[in-house]
Design a protein around this ligand. Structure first.
Ligand SMILES: Cc1ncc(COP(=O)(O)O)c(C=O)c1O
Length: 616
């Protein structure tokens, strides 16, 4: 049996660590990616390997020349590797395998030995894939229609079965048709030629487990490959976290978002930064649901609180404000106002209680307020507050509307236009699924302009100054966290590509899974399910639970959940499904949680859910 390995690409996205080293020669413990593939292919009976090289081909030749090879090896050179892709590389190898069955393998795939054993056990035409839901537009997805198997990056998420692992087995007949199809489309990926022959040749599909393989596209993939597959893990693997974050921020982000940090160094007063700032602001406006030109936004280097503080310390002085609160983050708004000596009233509804619109209207009607500020998604309880209704009410009374959407932007339906919002704040590291360190204030242009000449209580967070710099000079007033803008733009691209609708649907499915299982276990929620956001579930601990023991046990298994705050401390915990959380994460967490609850039932430190609910 023969195998073709495609190793011609330049692995551009790995340049920060590889410099000029081709991907195939990256070390995984004591082996390179290539020597590992050769060993594993020989172990499943491959006697001849055809290696398609291009980028740094000489280095690859030199590497194998010194190796003790377990099978014979020949080279095919793709001289146009810079302008072509895998279709051309595969086509160039055609003559070497004509008339025989063969394997075709991407040169950047690292997998466990047992995965290769499964390749060896397959017969006829076979394709390998990992069943999973995919949000990144980078991955090659698999779909079936009747008996035909299709591969494409653009397959609809609803149709996708998972990710193609980059290994195929061809019978001699299918190989013949495949090369004929490649001859017509030498500029793309070889997977497209597989689609061309899908109706004619049936390929069996074989599942590969998560973490049993990895394709090294990005630096993070390489680190993961070393962690998973190098023999001397401790020595070889950089110590990076393997935790699954099921807390409401910071959240897990996609590989692409992390990799975006590895951009070229740029000066923040140069065209390159002007460009990225301008693109981020334009995309951010879309995320805030601003279609027209009425709204604009500023990006501040800081956490979500910096956006709230910029807004309140700039807009608030000399005005009368009303805050609504039904949890920690509503209270924090009033705390900021207190800190800046603002004139305000705090209308408290009590943690876990919903906002009473009649009371709000009554207060607004007689209160002489300039503005009302509230939290959209009260993260401390997971309750989604009715901003559209409040917005409509305020519009009637001519009162400005300020909204903290720090934990809802990107997860819940929110349009500054529709909700008639004057200013809306948010941050990068929650449902936008980017990294912490950037916060935003989106507002009506007229409202930003009206800040001119007013005395802000802070300098660094003076909102008009940010507006003036970003809107009129296309720069930031001070040194921004430049790299985070690259991560933000990537995260915004992913959101706009997926669409908010799809994200809402994905988050809704995950939270339904979580809530369904909690209900099955007889656990109780402090708020009604209809009032919950789709990204966060707050649930009472069952009666008689060693609360800290449970939390530690979950953490030891690398899942991070959140302890309740304020009146929920010690009584409830929170499970978030925000950011780059996949269904596998949620399902394995729920199984783990069930075992954790079982073993932590001591009766000593927990509280009765009903008693807890009664005292809230
Ligand atoms: C609704 C809400 N507002 C404000 C904040 C404060 O954000 P940060 O901790 O990023 O300053 C949070 C944080 O969780 C939040 O959930």
């Amino acid at each position: 049996m023969k195998a073709i390995i495609l190793a011609a690409g330049d692995g551009e996205r790995l340049a920060p660590i590889t410099q000029t080293l081709p991907k195939a020669l990256l070390p995984i413990g004591s082996e390179t990616v290539l020597s590992r593939q050769i060993r594993q292919l020989a172990a499943i009976g491959v006697t001849e390997i055809i290696l398609v090289i291009g980028y740094e081909g000489e280095a690859i030749r030199a590497h194998v020349a010194t190796a003790d090879l377990p099978c014979s090896l020949s080279f095919v050179e793709n001289r146009d590797f810079m302008t072509t892709s895998t279709a051309c590389s595969a086509w160039l190898a055609a003559e070497k395998v004509r008339g025989q069955a063969f394997y075709l393998l991407d040169g950047d795939v690292v997998a466990r030995d047992d995965v290769f054993a499964a390749f060896g056990a397959a017969a006829g035409n076979a394709l390998f894939y990992e069943p999973k839901s995919i949000s990144s537009p980078e991955e090659m997805k698999v779909a079936v229609q009747g008996e035909a198997v299709f591969l494409h990056k653009k397959i609809d998420n609803a149709r996708s079965l998972g990710e193609f692992v980059g290994v195929a087995r061809f019978s001699a007949e299918a190989g013949e048709s495949f090369f004929a199809a490649l001859a017509n489309r030498r500029n793309g990926y070889y997977e497209e030629a597989l689609n061309d022959i899908a109706a004619e040749h049936v390929f069996s599909l074989h599942e590969v487990e998560p973490d049993a393989w990895i394709e090294i596209d990005f630096v993070t993939d390489y680190l993961q490959a070393v962690r998973l597959f190098a023999e001397k893990r401790e020595a070889a693997a950089p110590a990076i976290s393997e935790q699954v974050l099921l807390c409401p921020g910071p959240v897990m982000v996609s590989k692409k978002v992390k990799s975006a940090l590895l951009h070229a160094d740029i000066g923040h007063r140069e065209t390159e930064f002007i460009e990225i700032l301008t693109r981020c602001r334009a995309k951010l406006n879309k995320a805030f649901g601003a279609q027209g030109n009425e709204y604009t936004n500023v990006i501040i280097t800081g956490s979500g609180t910096s956006a709230n503080e910029a807004l309140l310390s700039s807009y608030g002085p000399g005005r009368k404000l009303l805050f609504l609160s039904n949890g920690e983050f509503g209270d924090r708004l009033a705390d900021l106002a207190r800190c800046h000596g603002l004139t305000f009233r705090l209308l408290e509804f009590g943690w876990t209680n919903s906002i009473d619109l009649a009371k709000v209207e009554q207060e607004i009607a007689g209160g002489g307020y300039d503005a009302l500020m509230m939290v959209h998604h009260e993260t401390s309880t997971g309750m989604l507050n009715p901003i559209s209704e409040v917005g409509a009410l305020l519009a009637k009374h001519g009162v400005d509307f300020l909204v903290d959407s720090v934990s809802s932007l990107g997860a819940e339906r929110l349009s500054v236009e529709e909700a008639k919002i004057t200013f809306c704040t948010a941050s990068a590291n929650k449902a936008l699924a980017s990294l912490p360190g950037l916060a935003f204030v989106c507002g009506k242009r007229t409202a930003f302009e009206a800040l001119k000449g007013r005395k802000a209580h802070t300098r660094y967070l003076d909102l008009y100054r940010h507006y003036e710099f970003e809107e009129l000079r296309f720069q930031t007033p001070n040194t921004p966290a430049v790299s985070l803008f690259y991560a933000l733009e990537t995260a915004l691209d992913e959101l706009l590509h997926d669409t908010l609708e799809q994200r809402m649907c994905h988050y809704g499915q995950l939270s339904s899974l979580i809530r369904g299982r909690l209900r099955e276990l007889g656990m109780m929620f402090p708020i009604r399910e209809e009032e919950m956001s789709r990204v966060l579930t707050t649930v009472f601990y069952p009666e008689g639970l060693d609360v800290e023991g449970f939390h530690d046990w979950v953490k030891q298994h690398n899942y991070v959940i959140y302890r309740g705050k304020g009146p929920l401390l010690g009584r409830a915990f929170q499970i978030a499904n925000i950011g780059h959380v996949r269904e596998e994460h949620v399902r394995s967490f729920l199984d783990l949680m069930e075992r954790g609850l079982e073993r932590s039932r001591t009766g000593s430190r927990g509280r009765a859910a009903a008693a807890a609910a009664a005292t809230l």
